[in-house]
Structures are given as C-alpha cells and as structure tokens.
Ligand binder design. Structure first.
Ligand code: AMP
Length: 332
C-alpha cells in the first residue's frame, strides 16, 4: 500500500448471472463500483464506496469489501432487491449480450455521499445513470477534485443530454471503442477521441478490450512538472494538434474466463494509481502510467468469474505483470 489518499467511488453494486461459451456463473458479485473499488484498493486506502444494495445482498460480499479496506458507510441498504444483470458472451469473449436487467433498488436511487467522504480529492463515477453521476458531482466538497467517469451504450441512447452534462464536469472519461464510435458517429477511433475531448473532458481513454487502450489528452490542460521522458514531447499526431496520445497494450492472456468488470477494474486501478502519487494535479506521465496499471489489473479480472481472481491478487502480482508488459511492448 503506497498511499493514504482517499478515493470516492460511486456506481452499481450487483448480483450478476453470466454465461460464457464454456461455463456459467450465477449469483456472482458484480456491479461497476464493486470491481472499481476492489481494483483501487491495491493502490491506496481508504476507498469510499457509494451505492445501494437490497436485502438479498450476501454478507460475504460486504466482508470482502471490509477486508480490502473499502468503507461501506456510503452504501445504502434498501428493503428491495439488489440490482441484477444477466449477460452472455459470444465465442470471441469480447462481445456480449445483455439478457436481463433487474433495476430493482437502483430505480429510484439518489446517491448520498456521507459528509466525511465528500471531500475526497479523487472521485470515480463508475458506470451508472448519468443523472446519478451528476447528483454525486453536486455533493462533492473538495476544491478541485479529479473526477474520472465511465459510461455505456444504454446511457448514450437514453440519457444523452445528461451524459453531455457529465462530460463538461469531469477530468477523464473511459469508454469502450464501440460506444465511442456510436457516440461520436464515426468509425474512426482517432476522430472519436478528438470529438470526445471536444465534449469536455481533458482526458479520454478509449478501451479496446483485448487490444488495450488509447489515451487522448489535451495538451493545454497538462499540469505538473515537465515530463522526464523525451518521447513525450513527440507524442502528438500531426493531424491532432494540441492532443497527446498514448497507446497502451493489454496484457496478453491465453485464457479468458470472464471479462465482466474488466473495464471497471481498469478504471479502479487507474484512479488508485493516481491517488498513490499523492498529487491532485496529474501530468501526462502520471495518467499514462495509471493506464498501464489499469490494463494490468483488468487482465486479472478476466481470469476468473466475478471478482474471484481480482480479489485474490497482491501488489507484487500487479508489479510483476507490469514489468512483463513493459518488456513485451518496449523497444529501444
Ligand atoms: P464491464 O464489464 O466493465 O462493462 O462491467 C460489467 C458490470 O457492470 C457488471 O458487473 C454489471 O452488474 C454492471 N452493469 C451492467 N449493466 C449496468 C447498468 N445498466 N448500470 C449499472 N451497472 C451495470
């Protein structure tokens, strides 16, 4: 554990039912905030979780959160049933269909951030309705928190205006490649990245599943010290003036058991690493490094259903994989 900078994380807490081409898992711990919080817990403490669960939510999952130093004071307990998601993966393990969504306790939920958590310098708005993301932003009390947010195709379709409001208030957006293409009405990901930056955030990360991620960063908004890495000054495309780019690989896996939550774990590790720097203004180098941690931690999530692998790794496991990923992708 390298830091005591708190990270506030809001999102869904779910019971998932998942089918892959070769296996099936029922009543699994899921939800965007669950994966994000556990991933972040390897980098900093405390992690403050804001979400809602129902009366059916198993105690063992709450025990898992406590064991990771994830505070659940901001977790509302309702008399209804926990949000539940059923999904099925295609043969390629990248594409999936949502078979069923039981919104349950999320239906009328308004997130309430306990006062002692509202001043967290780093805030993650994991995948949830953009209205809930806005409600969380309104309650933040830190002078200039760093806010990272995720979204999904559903919100692009049914809550487009609210999503645009969120984008004006955040520092970093993570989004899947197919969602980025749809949202920006272009098949070209470089154009999509540029258009997403124009919607507000200073940084945009387009996730490419098994192929990694691309970071787009507005140069004018880079803060902190000048980069020590000379390659940084050349990280522009001639066609994208004022934008720095970083292309991060995914950690290669010969077997993927269940990619559910990989994106959320990516976001959690990214935020956790930023917190571990002890800073509140992040340079391009910081965000670049955070994305590599995100890629590495997401790879663990894919190796088992639910949080079964993610919850049982060590910081050393993360560092070893990071070194290996560097060796696999770096050349002199
Ligand atoms: P990911 O694989 O990173 O996209 O995240 C998958 C997680 O998101 C699952 O554990 C689901 O419970 C959760 N999820 C799926 N649909 C929704 C939704 N509409 N709102 C919030 N969370 C969702």
């Amino acid at each position: 554990m390298s830091s005591s900078t708190p990270v506030l994380i809001g999102g869904s807490i779910a019971i998932d039912h998942i089918k892959t081409p070769t296996a099936e898992g029922k009543n699994l711990l899921g939800g965007s905030a669950s994966f994000t919080a556990i991933a972040a817990s390897y980098f900093t403490s405390p992690i403050h979780l804001v979400g809602i669960i129902g009366k059916d939510f198993p105690q063992e999952h709450l025990d898992l959160f406590s064991s990771k130093n994830i505070s659940t004071t901001g977790l509302e307990r309702s008399e209804g049933d926990t949000f539940s998601w059923t999904g099925s993966y295609h043969e390629n393990m990248n594409d999936r269909d949502t078979l069923e969504v039981a919104v349950n306790v999320l239906e009328d939920w308004t997130p309430k951030i306990p006062a002692e958590m509202a001043s967290a310098p780093i805030v993650v708005l994991a995948n949830m309705h953009p209205l809930n993301q806005l409600q969380m932003i309104e309650q933040l009390t830190a002078e200039k928190p760093f806010i990272a947010a995720d979204t999904m195709d559903l919100w692009i379709t049914i809550a487009n205006d609210d999503l645009h409001k969120v984008l004006k208030k955040i520092d970093l957006l993570v989004i899947n490649e197919s969602e980025a293409r749809d949202f920006c009405k272009t098949s070209n990901l470089i154009v999509a990245g540029q258009r997403l930056l124009e919607k507000g955030p200073k940084n945009v990360v387009i996730k490419l599943g098994e192929f990694g991620a691309i970071l787009f960063s507005k140069e004018s908004d880079q803060q902190g010290t000048e980069s020590l890495d000379p390659s940084i000054s050349q990280s522009h495309l001639p066609s994208l003036p004022g934008v720095r780019l970083f292309r991060c690989a995914a950690f290669p896996l010969a077997e993927v058991a269940d990619p559910t939550g990989a994106g959320d774990s990516f976001l959690g590790a990214l935020a956790g690493h930023l917190a571990s720097t002890g800073k509140t203004n992040f340079s391009f180098d910081d965000i670049r490094q955070a994305i590599v941690y995100g890629s590495v931690v997401a790879s663990f999530t894919c190796e088992a259903f639910s949080t079964n692998r993610l919850a049982h790794i060590t910081r050393q496991d993360i560092e070893s994989r990071l070194t290996l990923l560097k060796n696999l992708t770096h050349w002199p």
